[in-house]
Design a protein. Structure first.
Length: 304
């Protein structure tokens, strides 16, 4: 059992949450996230067909960066965002997508994915106890259940091994059993969302997770506790169905907050994957407002 320092750390993590909602709150105005892509000017002999693609990419990233700028408060707060259309389109946008952030409870989606990969490799179904832990961990963000499944996957080594299969290249598992201190990036979280929500027609089918495993994780993320309806869901239509996972963590050394949210939202009948990571927030409420504003902005850039 990896419980070194768990009691003290768990007390810090009590704010870590999940959040998915059926009938999401209406998405308000806002804008979101991307690392501006650099593109060299085409030479005079370059095919004219390539120029529009480059222009669109740069304009989208510029629009995201400009939209996010007024949302950033003075002080130490940082935000990183990645967004992509799920239905028939692979292009998206990213703002500071490779900077590392602590996961807090959004890592629980990764833990469950690792467990399912191990079960698939062994040619077995999850046990009733594993399913009970998985339900509590995702739907209610139960930390004790997360610890039990963290140990079942082999702790940090098991998560890192699973992430190689899932295609997460910038995520490193937390040491000493502190799974909530796993470091990740917005781009990696978008990769994980594709692994969960992707289909044969949209990226994700090659992630290693079977169709049944993907449906299982997505189903749990679609049944989040009602008091956790915040985060990327703010970007969705009021009539849409969202699936997400939130996490928050107060830092004892600074008094600042890590606030994260990842998931799938629907706007105008189309689905989008959104990951927003933040830290250095002065309060939980300020962090939630920043994450929600960034999610709205990110989706708005893709929907026009």
């Amino acid at each position: 059992m990896h419980r070194n320092g768990l009691a003290a750390w768990a007390a810090l993590l009590t704010g870590t949450l999940v959040g998915t909602l059926i009938g999401c709150s209406p998405g308000g105005a806002g804008q979101a996230v991307p690392v501006a892509a650099t593109a060299s000017a085409p030479s005079s002999g370059e095919a004219s067909a390539s120029a529009p693609d480059e222009e669109v990419s740069v304009d989208r990233d510029d629009a995201l960066a400009k939209a996010l700028k007024p949302l950033l408060p003075d002080g130490d707060a940082r935000v990183s965002v990645a967004v992509a259309a799920l239905d028939g389109a692979t292009d998206g946008a990213v703002y500071d997508g490779t900077s590392a952030f602590d996961t807090a409870s959004i890592v629980k989606v990764d833990i469950l994915s690792a467990l399912l990969l191990r079960a698939q490799d062994a040619g077995r179904e999850l046990t009733p106890q594993e399913r009970a832990y998985a339900t509590a961990m995702i739907e209610n963000s139960d930390n004790a259940s997360a610890t039990a499944l963290w140990e079942a996957i082999g702790g940090a080594d098991g998560l890192d091994a699973a992430n190689l299969t899932l295609g997460l290249t910038g995520t490193r598992a937390g040491a000493g059993g502190e799974w909530g201190l796993t470091q990740t990036t917005a781009e990696d979280q978008l990769t994980l969302l594709r692994a969960v929500f992707g289909t044969e027609d949209a990226e994700g089918a090659d992630s290693g997770l079977s169709e049944a495993s993907r449906a299982y994780v997505a189903g749990l993320m679609g049944r989040i506790a009602s008091d956790q309806r915040w985060g990327v869901s703010a970007a969705a239509d009021s009539a849409s169905v969202c699936a997400l996972k939130n996490g928050w963590l107060p830092r004892s050394a600074t008094g600042l907050w890590d606030i994260n949210s990842v998931g799938r939202v629907s706007v105008g009948g189309k689905r989008y994957l959104v990951s927003v990571l933040s830290d250095g927030n002065t309060t939980k409420e300020a962090g939630v407002a920043l994450v929600e504003g960034a999610a709205k902005a990110a989706v708005a850039v893709l929907t026009g």
